[in-house]
Design a binder for this molecule. Structure first.
Ligand SMILES: C[S@@+](CC[C@H](N)C(=O)[O-])C[C@H]1O[C@@H](n2cnc3c(N)ncnc32)[C@H](O)[C@@H]1O
Length: 273
């Protein structure tokens, strides 16, 4: 596992905590369709004991709770955990929220029927440790799911970079391969799950199109929840930011409709302990 100095900002709690509210407004809607797929693949229902790791503001945890499952939701960022706790209270969820690093869960062995990490484990410095922990806390015969963005099928980061380049021609991305794309191909996800000891592993490919009510406002909020891009946005003049926000909105809207559409393709890997 890397030290704080060689980790990317989105691998540290500080990269996620202050922007939890903006994440919930702008990005949680992008993950909700995949959360519904995950609930189905895990076969959750009344009485299931479910663990959500790196739960963010709870797209998956809340969808799981809506089936009647009892849910424990964990995340390492204090801002995310605080918002999660509010969401659990508002929805009257049967379950609890706790702050934990997904690579070392403070939970007993074999205590859940299913466990998952949707677009969360992909940030762990040690992704294999994250899968081993999911497997450890699930009972024999229980299911484990890991959701990852498809390396070339997730339009948002590409649209953001293209928009930034209209303001700063030739701009290089802050990372050649963004951290969340490390698990962006089917074979990589399948072998991670199999090597951890899961059986009957399969990887489903799912696509959802998220609607964005105010694309320019979404663009301006990007650095608040996509920490590696913060220095890039901070270096823009107000005119460059306006130009880039306009270009982003133009890219994701069509035919005079002010509502933007962002397609995303994800890999949902599931296996049995
Ligand atoms: C893109 S968000 C995904 C949140 C949620 N699962 C969803 O689908 O909307 C990534 C989340 O992973 C959390 N995270 C990243 N590394 C973590 C770690 N090592 N342990 C626990 N949580 C972590 C972040 O705090 C953030 O809430």
């Amino acid at each position: 596992m890397g030290t704080a100095t060689d980790l990317s900002p989105d691998q540290l709690p500080s990269g996620w905590t202050d922007g939890a509210g903006e994440y919930d407004t702008w990005f949680a809607p992008v993950t909700r369709g995949f959360a519904a797929d995950a609930v189905e693949l895990l076969g959750l229902g009344p009485g299931s004991r479910f663990l959500d790791v790196a739960a963010g503001t709870g797209a998956l945890a809340l969808a799981a709770a809506a089936t009647g499952a009892s849910v424990v939701a964990t995340d390492f960022a204090p801002g995310m955990v605080a918002l999660l706790a509010e969401r659990f209270a508002d929805a009257g969820v049967d379950g609890s929220v706790a702050r934990m690093d997904g690579q070392a869960l403070d939970l007993p062995d074999a205590s859940f029927d299913a466990a998952a990490s949707l677009f969360g484990l992909i940030f762990f410095p040690d992704m294999a440790a994250g899968v081993r922990e999911l497997l450890r806390v699930v009972r024999p015969g229980g299911r484990v799911l890991v959701g990852a963005w498809h390396r070339s099928g997730f339009s948002l980061p590409f649209a953001v970079m293209r928009a930034l380049r209209t303001a700063v021609p030739g701009l290089r991305p802050p990372q050649e391969e963004p951290v969340p794309f490390r698990l962006g191909d089917r074979a990589g996800l399948e072998s991670l799950l199999t090597e951890a000891g899961l059986r009957d592993v399969r990887v489903e490919v799912a696509t959802h199109v998220a609607e964005v009510a105010d694309p320019a406002a979404m663009f301006r909020a990007v650095p608040l929840w996509a920490a590696p891009l913060k220095p890039v946005f901070d270096a823009l003049s107000p005119e460059q930011l306006d130009r880039a926000a306009f270009a982003f909105a133009e890219q994701i809207t069509a035919g005079g409709d002010p509502v933007g559409r962002l397609p995303g393709t994800a890999l949902l890997g599931v296996g049995v302990r």
